[in-house]
Design a protein around this ligand. Structure first.
Ligand SMILES: CCCCCCCCCCCCCC(=O)CC(=O)SCCNC(=O)CCNC(=O)[C@H](O)C(C)(C)COP(=O)(O)OP(=O)(O)OC[C@H]1O[C@@H](n2cnc3c(N)ncnc32)[C@H](O)[C@@H]1OP(=O)(O)O
Ligand SMILES: NC(=O)C1=CN([C@@H]2O[C@H](COP(=O)(O)OP(=O)(O)OC[C@H]3O[C@@H](n4cnc5c(N)ncnc54)[C@H](O)[C@@H]3O)[C@@H](O)[C@H]2O)C=CC1
Length: 310
């Protein structure tokens, strides 16, 4: 029988692979941005986390603190004092700000993790391009948009690429490093090195819709929702089927709730607009209904399932 082993990697700054990137600005302190800020700080980098309000930033810092403690519990299980130091040191490397332009002035790397909307991303990068130092690399954590399209509004197209993390960022080991058509080799190399420095296994992908993982995951989740919508099986049974029958850690509907149904909808709408003849990307009435009702999944306490607030 095949044996599985849980691998706990050491992220402390002394053991982390060195990277040319010392100062990272992460824009968007939601589900993904807070995780990206966390793994960067764990790796010893100086992080500025930006969001639109101090409330959002306070929420992000609280969740980073909780998740750092989960990591420390595993990494320092025999030395809780060191664990506490790791948490405090990592938190101490994260500053917060509400002015993205100001926060990008000292960045070697800007990672954008704001809402999945091309107009909003364009507005942000256009503004940052005018103020960030010329050496600063810009990266988007987009799930489904084209890196070339996002980069179209900046002059530094050679210093723009995709850094696509997975949720939950501190746990998921993969980073997709996406080369746009004008991303330079030097930028690509720095992004790969930086990815390794924050503890991820990096794969390279061209700027193709969904990159590798979401190209496969989106049709899978869409089909699961349609199966449920048709009444062919209950949500619970669909999820159990894929966990026990295919060995996935989460079922597709649990995963859709975990990712956020609003993000799912942004992705589906965007791909439907781009590929109107593709049946797989046709709007799903049940998804439209849940999002319209504000049932966005885990983050709002209800999606396909109900969640208790912790
Ligand atoms: C809906 C309409 C269709 C439209 C299109 C659909 C599109 C959808 C496509 C995706 C959209 C965008 C997403 C994207 O771009 C890419 C993604 O991120 S896809 C998501 C990838 N992630 C997964 O697949 C997650 C799969 N799940 C898991 O791996 C596990 O279930 C999980 C680790 C999340 C939780 O594990 P579980 O055993 O269930 O629970 P525990 O709570 O016990 O956790 C286990 C272990 O891990 C530690 N841990 C968990 N979370 C964190 C954290 N945030 N930080 C630190 N540590 C964490 C926890 O402490 C446990 O540690 P132990 O020591 O083992 O106790
Ligand atoms: N949710 C997921 O599982 C994954 C999402 N992504 C991508 O990551 C990005 C972020 O997604 P999530 O973290 O899930 O979203 P989220 O909704 O949890 O967080 C987005 C954050 O960005 C902030 N924001 C919005 N506009 C801003 C601006 N102009 N300046 C500063 N902050 C701003 C919001 O206030 C919010 O806190 C999206 O592009 C998404 O496609 C990528 C991988 C996985």
């Amino acid at each position: 029988m095949m044996q599985f082993k849980v691998i706990v990697r050491n992220f402390s700054s002394s053991s982390a692979m060195q990277s040319a990137i010392k100062n990272v600005t992460v824009i968007g302190g939601g589900l993904m941005g807070s995780g990206i800020a966390q793994v960067s700080a764990q790796a010893g980098q100086n992080v500025t986390l930006v969001d639109v309000s101090n409330d959002a930033l306070a929420k992000a810092k609280k969740s980073i603190g909780t998740n750092l403690s989960r990591v420390a519990k595993k990494m320092y299980k025999d030395n809780p004092q060191e664990g506490e130091k790791f948490v405090n040191d990592s938190l101490g490397r994260i500053n917060t700000a509400t002015d993205a332009a100001e926060a990008s002035k000292s960045a070697d790397l800007v990672v954008e993790a704001i809402v999945e909307n091309i107009g909003v991303k364009h507005k942000l990068f256009k503004q940052l391009d005018g103020v960030a130092p010329s050496h600063t690399i810009f990266a988007s954590n987009t799930s489904s948009l084209s890196i070339n399209e996002i980069a179209s509004v900046v002059k530094r197209k050679d210093k723009f690429g995709g850094l696509h993390f997975f949720n939950p960022v501190p746990v998921m080991r993969l980073l997709e490093v996406v080369k746009g058509s004008e991303t330079s080799e030097a930028t690509y190399k720095t992004m790969m090195e930086w990815g390794k420095s924050v503890g991820k296994t990096c794969i390279t992908c061209k700027d193709t819709p969904g990159f590798v993982v979401n190209r496969l995951l989106v049709p899978y989740i869409c089909e699961a929702i349609r199966l449920y919508e048709r009444g062919d099986a209950s949500a619970r049974d669909i999820d159990i089927a894929m966990k026990l029958g295919a060995g996935y850690p989460m079922g597709p509907l649990e995963l859709a709730d975990y990712v956020g149904l609003d993000t799912n909808k942004f992705i589906l709408d965007g791909w439907h607009k781009k590929f109107p003849d593709q049946q797989l990307f046709k709007p799903i009435p049940l998804l439209e209904k849940l999002v319209a009702e504000g049932k966005l999944g885990v983050k709002t306490g209800e999606g396909f399932y109900k969640y208790e607030k912790k």
